[in-house]
Design a binder for this molecule. Structure first.
Ligand code: ADP
Length: 191
């Protein structure tokens, strides 16, 4: 299996590049943000609990997203691989993912960071705030909180994969095509 973790702050372009990677490598896209928004749209209890946190830019509890990922892995045992987008966002989530994959004698192939500088990120998020239908994109206070959550809880996940020699970084600025080309080269370097 080809199991890729895409890493980067809100606005880094993980969603856009995930779509390209899925097409090229026939992977299954696992975005915990999308899974949570689907729960909200279906009006489930889990969705309404998660929404309270998401609307404030706070991470939902690890056990909630770990359970969602576990269900998806179980349901797609024969996939060519997965692209993890927006997961793992804490070291505990990364450990749980390793354990879940290990149960099927699988592992993460590599984590790829989309590197974007702070000024470019701010510009992209402001633009997205005007166009996006997501409530957490429209409010600058919420965006600030999401970036704080990223800095304190998610950044350490990079070190977790560095320790396993599975961390790679690509330039996340330029055209969608250029960025994808760099991603493709990185993927071929670890496969
Ligand atoms: P972005 O990367 O732009 O912040 P996402 O769609 O990945 O957008 O996430 C939106 C929100 O969903 C996050 O702010 C958080 O509240 C929640 N969320 C998504 N994935 C996770 C996760 N792995 N762990 C905890 N919370 C999550």
């Amino acid at each position: 299996m080809l199991n890729i973790v895409l890493f980067g702050p809100p606005g880094a372009g993980k969603g856009t590049q995930s779509q390209r990677l899925i097409e090229k490598y026939h992977l299954i896209h696992l975005s915990t943000g999308d899974l949570l928004r689907a729960e909200i749209a279906s009006g489930t209890m889990l969705g309404s609990e998660a929404k309270k946190l998401m609307d404030q830019g706070i991470l939902v509890p690890d056990e909630v997203v770990i359970r969602m990922i576990s269900n998806k892995l179980e349901a797609n045992k024969h996939a060519a691989g997965f692209i993890f987008d927006g997961y793992p966002r804490t070291v505990a989530q990364a450990q749980a993912l390793d354990d879940l994959l290990q149960e099927n004698n699988e592992s993460i192939s590599g984590m790829i960071e989309l590197k974007v500088d702070a000024i470019e990120l701010e510009h992209r998020l402001l633009l997205r705030g005007r166009e996006s239908a997501r409530p957490d994109d429209a409010n600058p206070e919420v965006i600030k909180r999401r970036i704080e959550e990223y800095m304190s809880k998610t950044m350490p996940v990079a070190a977790y994969y560095k320790n396993q020699n599975k961390f790679f970084s690509v330039n996340g600025t330029g055209s969608i095509e250029e960025i994808f080309d760099n991603l493709r080269k990185t993927v071929s370097s670890f496969t």
